[in-house]
Write a protein that binds this ligand. Structure first.
Ligand code: SF4
Length: 273
């Protein structure tokens, strides 16, 4: 089970850039539990942990405010510590990206990892509210075209390639409708001025279908339930019961040691209980 929380770094100086002047390893992040409740940015670290029965079995400290780009380093850390890879991982939608799914495939790790709209898609009301979304259009593999809601072909017009901050290339195929301006569904079907264009990342769609299969299986449902009472209470215990919200040391290396002691204390308390 993997999850993360952000903790203040021990600095108070404000900076007009994304990193702190007094702890250059920390990054300014918008913390949920900002005591002023006005969404201030604070210098912080993104702490990732993996747990098993509420024991911390792996942790890693990151300067990235988002989780997507932390998974690879977190798993590398696990492999370094245990000399082997995981068989499966359960994580929330913050980690569900094409880059992460591809990495899990390469490492042969079963990824019980949600993607952005996974929870919404489980509700019938969400699906009925978006009847014209691209994922509901019929695809004809022989002709390599989609059929738009009124029954016209949407033809392939080329690829678009996006490079992520880590250099991973995401390729999407683009399909274009014709004569949307004369269509009675125009406006309801899409909001763009010209003819509708959809972008389909075939690899990501395949990975999402695979994630759907795993997450909705009996085992997947159990793992998702378990995640809520395995990893989340560990952060709850450390932050709320033991009031640890702010690192006392500066610099990533020292913060890693400080968090290691926190994790060790959590495991000893758990063992004693
Ligand atoms: S608006 Fe365009 S894409 Fe939508 S149904 Fe009409 S012709 Fe098809």
């Amino acid at each position: 089970m993997s999850s993360r929380r952000q903790f203040w770094a021990t600095v108070t100086a404000a900076a007009d850039r994304s990193y702190s002047k007094t702890d250059p390893d920390a990054t300014f992040m918008r913390l949920k539990e900002d005591h002023m409740r006005n969404g201030q940015l604070k210098p912080a670290y993104n702490v990732q942990i993996s747990t098993s029965n509420q024991f911390v079995v792996n942790y890693s400290i990151h300067p990235n405010p988002t989780d997507t780009n932390t998974l690879a380093a977190h798993l590398d850390q696990y492999e370094k510590s245990f000399g082997r890879s995981l068989k499966s991982i359960t994580a929330d939608a913050g980690y569900g990206s094409e880059e992460n799914y591809t990495m899990l495939e390469e490492k042969k790790i079963a990824g019980y990892v949600k993607y952005g709209l996974f929870d919404n898609r489980q509700h019938r009301s969400f699906n009925s509210k978006h009847p014209f979304s691209a994922d509901k259009l019929h695809y004809n593999p022989r002709g390599d075209h989609y059929i738009c809601p009124i029954g016209q072909k949407m033809r392939y017009i080329g690829n678009t390639i996006n490079r992520t901050v880590t250099g991973f290339l995401q390729t999407a195929r683009m399909y274009k409708a014709s004569n949307c301006s004369k269509c009675p569904l125009n406006g309801a079907c899409h909001k763009s001025k010209g003819d509708r264009i959809i972008q389909v990342n075939l690899n990501l769609e395949r990975q999402k279908r695979q994630a759907d299969e795993l997450l909705t299986s009996q085992q997947g449902i159990q793992k998702r339930k378990r995640r809520c009472f395995d990893v989340e209470p560990v952060f709850g215990n450390i932050k709320h019961n033991h009031k640890f919200r702010r690192f006392m040391l500066r610099g990533k290396q020292k913060v890693e040691i400080e968090w290691g002691l926190i994790a060790l204390a959590q495991n000893i308390r758990k063992k004693a209980a």
